[in-house]
Design a protein. Structure first.
Length: 230
């Protein structure tokens, strides 16, 4: 009786070992086939967090653009390349307009928008001194306070109403130097014309004396032009 039980136990052990070996062999064969036909690939992720303006419509247009590029279809590739550029510009414009409207009373949020447009610089040299009203400031705390005061006042000045411009003095000055019968005239400009001028500014142009870049003016043209006061 005992020998019969030992025999049955041995048969059960052999069967279990055979099942384990069979499963292991199957998994090895299956994984080798998967690795051959569907190998694991690594993709570089450019940004851990995608920008707010990137939406599904832009991603779909990018896929179509890349598909036509892979097929060497130059005509459709150029069409979708231009479409992607238009969608990106439009999405960026709406995104920054909303940020500017929401941050009208928050100078720190407006400053963050300016930092997004700033090109990355490899020069990380620290500022050791600051000249304010002809006096040199070297204490870090005082320098920080001066920066805060400066940028806070900029936000407050931008909110002040702009006084109407008087062109009489300019017209008198120019007409006195223009020979007759020639004449000089400064036409009135409507708000819509100001909006179009701001919207069509070239982003590659250098920043003016106001330290506001043309790209920022273009993206915020719909917010700025009502306050032009022209």
């Amino acid at each position: 009786m005992i020998s019969s039980l030992t025999y049955i136990k041995s048969i059960g052990t052999i069967s279990a070992i055979f099942k384990i070996l069979t499963l292991s062999s199957f998994m090895d064969t299956f994984c080798s086939i998967i690795d051959k036909h569907v190998p694991v690939r690594q993709h570089r992720v450019k940004r851990a967090k995608q920008p707010d303006w990137l939406n599904g419509e832009i991603l779909d247009a990018m896929k179509e653009r890349d598909k036509f590029k892979a097929r060497h279809d130059e005509i459709n590739y150029r069409l979708y390349r231009n479409k992607v550029s238009e969608l990106i510009n439009s999405a960026k414009k709406k995104s920054y307009e909303n940020k500017i409207v929401k941050g009208q009373n928050d100078p720190s949020s407006i400053w963050k928008i300016f930092k997004e447009f700033r090109s990355p610089s490899h020069d990380r040299s620290l500022v050791n001194s600051l000249i304010v009203d002809g006096k040199e400031i070297t204490e870090p705390e005082k320098m920080s306070n001066e920066f805060n005061t400066f940028f806070t006042n900029i936000a407050a000045k931008l909110k002040e109403p702009i006084q109407p411009t008087n062109f009489n003095d300019v017209g008198t000055f120019v007409n006195g130097r223009v020979p007759s019968p020639m004449y000089f005239n400064i036409p009135f400009i409507c708000e819509e014309a100001v909006r179009k001028m701001l919207f069509n500014l070239e982003a590659s142009k250098s920043t003016g004396l106001d330290d506001i870049g043309p790209r920022f003016l273009t993206l915020s043209s719909n917010i700025i032009y009502p306050a032009s006061g022209v």
